[in-house]
Design a protein around this ligand. Structure first.
Ligand SMILES: [Zn+2]
Length: 357
């Protein structure tokens, strides 16, 4: 059966037992692609009738840890390792991946703002619609692996998009605990318009996205943390066998720390054209009033440097990569830690249902 949405299609058989590598193909008729399709890898491993996981990366093209992890899953897993089914898509927005950029060079589309996707409304919209209509409905669990990309560095974290539905929050918290990344960012629903996460939750999937380092580089630390987390999630959800997870290096999940990326997060933003000297490192706890960056006029040596201070305390969780800034450029985000009762209130769950360090 052909999978198809707008200009995107795939002939890969996702149903039969076995291990198959194919593609989904985007038709985009410009000067370069007048007589081509743009192919992106899509693969399936089905070993049994257990649950299905959809594991994606390359939603943003300049984020690499996830792209490696998803490809490695296909390389290392055999049919006999899989109790259910794995659908693997390591380069969701292939035009952006090939261009080494966050968004698509074809239409400027940010795939993670293009869901649910409308057919024949441009290549990025069509990829979003293809994922939403052809892949998500087949999945019980969906994971979308991100990193900070060229522009930013992130603490390794699971991204917990809060849902108005208690049952979904319980499900996401379970995944975040099993994923066991050092941090889990708790993100309000209002910040997630058009993203993969919202579409997957609406399709009925248990859903988690992750940020694994950033700066357009590949971090060994983030790669290993993401790999271990994936193995734990897949065995916990009964998609691969526990023995397989152990064989491929899974250890037990470390406790994750919950950080508030909602309205209590402190975002430090430049108001001048400047060269930025960071005064705090990633992961540092910063107090209210503490200087976090020193800004210098790019053109004048005799202008006094300006120090930007934290207007509220938190952990340095996201930091800008490039130090040449303009008014409106965010430099750093400080996220306060969420204790057990605050987390329970945020997720609308009973305190006994949440676990914090
Ligand atoms: Zn991303």
């Amino acid at each position: 059966m052909m999978l198809k949405f707008g200009t995107v299609s795939s002939s890969l058989d996702l149903e039969s037992h076995g291990r198959r590598a194919g593609t989904f193909d985007l038709v985009h008729s410009d000067n370069r692609h007048a007589f081509s399709s743009i192919q992106s890898p899509l693969s399936v491993i089905r070993g049994g009738d257990g649950p299905t996981a959809l594991i994606c990366a390359g939603n943003h093209g300049d984020e690499y840890e996830g792209q490696i992890i998803v490809r490695r899953l296909f390389e290392e897993l055999d049919v006999s390792d899989v109790v259910g089914r794995l659908i693997l898509a390591p380069a969701l927005n292939m035009p952006a991946v090939l261009n080494k950029s966050r968004v698509s060079p074809l239409d400027g589309g940010n795939l993670n703002r293009s869901f649910p996707g409308e057919a024949f409304s441009g290549p990025t919209n069509d990829i979003a619609g293809f994922v939403r209509t052809q892949l998500m409905p087949q999945a019980d669990v969906a994971i979308d692996l991100h990193s900070g990309g060229s522009a930013t560095d992130y603490l390794d974290c699971a991204y917990f998009c809060v849902s108005p539905h208690k049952a979904r929050n319980r499900q996401t918290q379970e995944l975040a605990m099993v994923m066991g990344l050092a941090n889990t960012f708790v993100v309000p629903l209002s910040d997630t318009t058009g993203d993969f996460d919202t579409a997957a939750l609406e399709a009925g999937c248990a859903m988690l996205s992750c940020e694994l380092g950033g700066e357009g580089k590949i971090s060994r630390r983030a790669l290993e943390a993401g790999w271990q987390g994936m193995l734990r999630v897949l065995s916990h959800k009964n998609i691969i066998t526990d023995a397989t997870a152990v064989r491929l290096g899974a250890t037990s999940a470390p406790q994750t720390r919950y950080l508030d990326l909602g309205e209590n997060a402190c975002v430090i933003t430049a108001q001048t054209h400047a060269l930025v000297e960071p005064l705090v490192g990633m992961g540092t706890r910063v107090d209210k009033g503490q200087a976090v960056a020193r800004l210098r006029d790019v053109h004048r040596l005799d202008a006094a440097p300006e120090e930007l201070v934290a207007t509220s305390g938190g952990v340095v969780s996201i930091r800008r990569t490039n130090p040449i800034v303009a008014p409106g450029d965010h430099l750093v985000v400080l996220c306060p830690e969420l204790g057990k009762s605050e987390l329970a209130a945020r997720l609308d769950l009973e305190e006994s249902k949440v676990s914090t360090p």
